[in-house]
Design a protein around this ligand. Structure first.
Ligand SMILES: [Cu+2]
Length: 167
């Protein structure tokens, strides 16, 4: 599925780029090129090359692989109007944790914040899907789960907690 999306994206990017390539080539053929023309063409091609390199470099690792195995802590979390159900109240520090997100009704945003209120990560809980997000907690303590997707009248009260404990 992801490779299909990648191929479609690349084909569409080429389709968008082709008119620009044609415009660059026809501008050089029709008009009387001034002194700036070759430099401008070099600049455009340098920008195109930079765009390709940056795109490939920045998208190559997406989507991130989700860890698996016996050493990974699996936590199931389910959202509903307006509560969270988290099946693991105590999570070990320093271990890879995979959160499997479900919802019983509408979209919810599963956002985890530390005791300072800093958002550590978030993902959507969507009807009919199990969305996964992984994280390694570096410090023991109390963490809160906030809903980050408006889901109704008591959305603001959709808060839960879990504890990260030392091994
Ligand atoms: Cu909400």
């Amino acid at each position: 599925m992801q490779s299909t999306v990648l191929v479609i994206t690349l084909v569409l990017m080429i389709a968008v780029a082709l008119p620009f390539v044609k415009a660059v080539r026809s501008a050089g053929a029709d008009g009387a090129p001034g002194n700036a023309e070759p430099r401008r063409n070099k600049l455009i091609w340098a920008l195109v090359a930079a765009g390709v390199v940056i795109t490939v470099a920045s998208l190559r690792e997406w989507p991130h692989a989700i860890a698996a195995g016996d050493d990974v802590v699996q936590v199931n979390a389910t959202g509903g109007q307006w509560y969270w159900e988290i099946d693991t109240p105590e999570i070990p520090v320093g271990r890879t944790v995979v959160f499997n997100l479900h919802t019983k009704d509408v979209n919810h945003g599963f956002g985890v914040v530390n005791s300072s209120g800093r958002l550590l990560f978030q993902t959507q809980a969507m009807p009919g899907y199990v969305n996964k997000v992984q994280y390694v907690f570096d410090e023991p303590g109390d963490y809160r789960v906030l809903c980050l997707e408006f889901c109704g009248v008591a959305h603001h009260d959709m808060i839960d907690e879990f504890t990260v404990v030392a091994n």
